[in-house]
Design a protein around this ligand. Structure first.
Ligand SMILES: Cc1cc2nc3c(=O)[nH]c(=O)nc-3n(C[C@H](O)[C@H](O)[C@H](O)COP(=O)(O)OP(=O)(O)OC[C@H]3O[C@@H](n4cnc5c(N)ncnc54)[C@H](O)[C@@H]3O)c2cc1C
Length: 475
């Protein structure tokens, strides 16, 4: 056992199980678990993610304390905080799990060099992906831009760390007390106003909550996943995305549990392939660091986007007059999450019906999602817009009425989030403007008063979108 302590840096890996950095520290002896609220990073996180972070840190601190180690919370520039903690404690090693954004990788590389030069051991590990993004390569050694062959390759290789890493039963902490911030002083949770009531009811941040979500999914929804995953009126997906985004569970643990719980077959393959989309998104962000701002298909750089603030505001508030779009945007605002099918519908509506730049949608999602993920968010927005890798062709434009009728056939999802339409019969719930006047009156729907008229006519908007697309193709 080493006599000097090791610093274990926690970031988006807020868990004890399957945590190679924590294992490396614990194997050497005393550990100093550290979380740094980097002010630059804080500014970049949306309110919903900050809310999640508070509770996830609180859970992590409790789990570490149960095993004998106190989580040190510090604020400031990560590199400077770590160097100062090394000086304060005499730590001779720092371990962390990798991140894959270009800024994160550059900062970690610089930190590793600085620590090594100062005689402090520094090691990093993969804990957030099945494989490091550079490990999956085309035959010619380049990145994939098409999902299927990427997934075939990753599926065949399987996770890098196949064996589970058990959470340490006991941790040895430093002898000296180390000054730490108080979590509550970071004010990550909203108070005035407290808009997080529904988030508290819906979510259980932390490693235990992640495990519970996984078990619930495997027991109750996994058997019908391939059929039901597209139904927002039904809890047919795992709801694991925020837990994955904060690293409260590893994709490898999900992979193992899914294999152990289910017989091989279409359902489990479909579920694993969704995890594959997450991996593909990180593969893309690693190879195309500008994914958040620059279209992968360069011809889209000249797309004539509209500058329509009023329409954008109506979209963010769930007041477009298209019930499935409005239900989705209100679900997002109230719960910090939106069903994947509806994410595709609202994104298509913003980009193709309103012709508003996908970047504005990406930013809104980033601010409001509890599962905001740099790679999945950007890659999916580009996918819907038609300018990304393996993207939906631009001319495939979701019809918000028929999508609603197909995936929310009884209107239950719309009724839950757009209660002003609740009394409308199923036939009109996705297109209230076509209902007879008397029926609207009987259902207490006053179009233009208590629920908006559609802000665009979908058929006309579709035509305009196709013309704009044809124009960039020509140029
Ligand atoms: C416009 C748009 C923006 C999105 N932004 C995000 C985001 O910021 N963060 C995020 O985690 N997901 C994002 N997604 C993907 C997807 O909507 C969510 O991952 C999914 O809804 C999460 O619910 P779940 O955990 O129940 O998923 P499940 O269906 O249970 O899937 C299991 C896991 O697979 C992964 N996954 C599923 N679908 C996708 C996908 N299309 N792309 C990447 N990974 C996927 C997620 O990690 C998910 O937790 C976005 C999708 C769209 C269309």
């Amino acid at each position: 056992m080493a006599s000097k302590p090791s610093i274990v840096l926690f970031r988006r890996d807020l868990r004890l199980a399957d945590n190679p950095a924590l294992r490396a520290g614990a194997e050497r002896g005393a550990v100093i678990p550290l979380f740094i609220l980097d002010d630059c990073e804080r500014q970049k996180l949306g309110g919903a993610a900050l809310w999640w972070l508070h509770f996830s840190l609180s859970e992590l601190a409790g789990a570490l304390a149960d095993r004998g180690a106190l989580l040190v919370l510090r604020r400031g520039d990560s590199g400077a905080v770590i160097r100062s903690l090394v000086a304060e404690t005499g730590a001779d090693a720092v371990f962390w799990n990798r991140r894959y954004t270009s800024a994160g990788m550059a900062a970690d590389k610089a930190l590793k060099t600085a620590l090594t030069e100062a005689g402090v051991a520094a090691r990093s590990f993969n804990a957030s992906l099945l494989r490091d993004p550079w490990e999956v390569q085309t035959k010619s050694g380049g990145p994939y831009r098409v999902f299927k062959p990427f997934w075939n390759s990753l599926r065949a290789a399987g996770p890098a760390e196949a064996k589970p890493i058990a959470p340490p039963a006991k941790l040895t902490s430093c002898d000296a007390a180390i000054p730490s911030d108080e979590l509550s002083d970071w004010r990550l949770v909203p108070t005035k106003p407290d808009w997080a009531a529904e988030l508290r009811g819906k979510w259980r941040p932390g490693e235990k909550g992640a495990d519970a979500a996984l078990q619930k999914f495997l027991q109750s929804a996994a058997d019908d996943y391939a059929e039901m995953r597209d139904r927002p009126d039904f809890e047919g997906t795992s709801l694991l995305s925020p837990h994955l985004a904060f690293g409260e569970i590893s994709p490898t643990a999900i992979w193992r549990a899914a294999h152990a719980a289910a017989a091989p077959g279409e359902q489990i393959e479909k579920f694993l392939s969704e995890l594959g989309w997450r991996e593909f998104s990180w593969h893309l962000l690693y190879h195309y660091p500008d994914l958040k701002t620059e279209p992968l298909r360069r011809d889209f750089a000249d797309f004539p986007w509209a500058d329509d603030d009023a329409a954008f505001t109506a979209w963010t508030r769930g007041e477009t007059g298209y019930p499935i779009v409005d239900a989705g945007m209100r679900q997002l605002w109230r719960t910090g999450w939106m069903h994947n099918r509806v994410r595709m519908i609202v994104a298509s509506f913003l980009v193709k019906d309103l012709l508003i730049h996908w970047r504005r949608g990406e930013e809104w999602f980033w601010d409001t999602l509890v599962d905001a993920d740099a790679a999945s968010n950007a890659a999916n927005w580009q996918w819907v817009a038609g300018c990304g890798a393996d993207a939906a062709p631009y001319f495939r434009i979701f019809n918000p009425v028929s999508q609603g009728e197909k995936f929310d056939p009884c209107g239950d999802y719309v009724r839950r989030f757009v209660p002003e339409l609740a009394a409308l019969p199923n036939e009109y719930i996705h297109r209230p403007w076509t209902a007879p006047k008397e029926l609207l009156a009987k259902s207490n729907v006053q179009l233009g008063k208590n629920y908006p008229e559609p802000i665009v006519d979908h058929a006309c908007a579709r035509k305009l979108a196709l013309e704009a697309f044809a124009a960039i193709k020509k140029s």
